[in-house]
Design a protein around this ligand. Sequence first.
Ligand code: FMN
Length: 388
Amino acid sequence: MKNFSKENKDDLYGLLLGPLLSQDDGIDAETLSNLALNSLKLASLKRNVPIFSNLLSKATINLQRNDSRLNQNIFGCNFKNPIGLAAGFDKNGVGAGVWNYFGFGFAELGTITWHPQRGNPKPRLFRIAKEKAALNRMGFNNLGAQKFLKTLEEQKLEPPGHRPIVLGINLGKSKITNLHDANKDYALSLELLGPISDYAVINVSSPNTPGLRSLQETEQIKKLIKTLKNLPNCPPLLVKISPDLSNEAIDEIALVSKQEGLDGIIAINTSLDRYQLKNRIIKTGKTLSQESGGMSGLPLQKRGLEVINRLRITMNNDLPLIGVGGINSAKSAWERITAGASLIQIYTGWIFEGPRLVPDILDGLVHQMEINGFKSIKEAIGSQEPWK
Ligand SMILES: Cc1cc2nc3c(=O)[nH]c(=O)nc-3n(C[C@H](O)[C@H](O)[C@H](O)COP(=O)(O)O)c2cc1C
């Protein structure tokens, strides 16, 4: 069996960023992300200029896999493989044209709000290095739906269905919009961005916009789904839920999603729970329980798996599930898929482990499929086969 994590530490990413990512202090986490995003933005704009496309292909060739056993058609979209970039990293869609080079089968852009907004005061993103976790209270900082559309147009992407990768958009409520007017706010963004998206996500689970998570309540979410589904350009529509919901509330939202004709559920967003880390002191000098924001990364792995298991049982395979939260290895990806997720997403794990994580997961999945005699990744979904 391949030693995935060992190889990871030997690659360029590990050599360059390993020392930085292994400590809470040092370069601010958001500054580091922005540096990466600026490079991705340039790469995406120039990706069709021969010299750039050669460079990009050479730099990323080892990250890509092309194995038809990993293909799936879900809610009408062709996914080359089941790994996606989770929402929140590419909030403004600047790297939309290059996420396929990193081996992803899909990328979720956003969260985008109708109104541009700065988000919360900085610092607002913290590494919790030893525990492979992060705390963020970004607050949906983004340039707004109209600028998002321009950014995607500038990259001259192919239309939905003809791209090398599935591109989803994750929509949130603008902070200045009153909760009573939330539906209108989401609808304005979706009306504008629906035509350029392969799928859209109703984000009602971020802990950093006051009151947002109350939209997960049955009557509220029903109305919101109805409003959005009735729009003429509504693409496949999913909802992203919080790990902090009770199991009963998860069952409820699953049933509503089914009744209202949603196309899938994404579980889970960041958590207000501090798990075993309540007294962990972070860069600010305060403990995690004294700091606001949502936790991500390894501490969410157990709850993320639990929620997918719960949803599989409640939904009885009626709706595609996307598993996210604490996935940082082929094993954790396999566990989420065999628990019932058709697709998975990564964020914090990708930052800590580096770009090698995508091919390492894909190789690990194929290896497990072979051991189990599965001819397609579809056979693994919900199979409950343990990692061997
Ligand atoms: C810095 C940061 C920003 C995030 N922003 C968003 C966001 O804008 N919208 C969203 O739906 N999820 C957002 N998330 C949540 C992730 O998409 C994901 O659900 C969560 O981090 C759990 O996955 P992970 O453990 O792989 O990071 C954010 C996460 C992080 C770490």
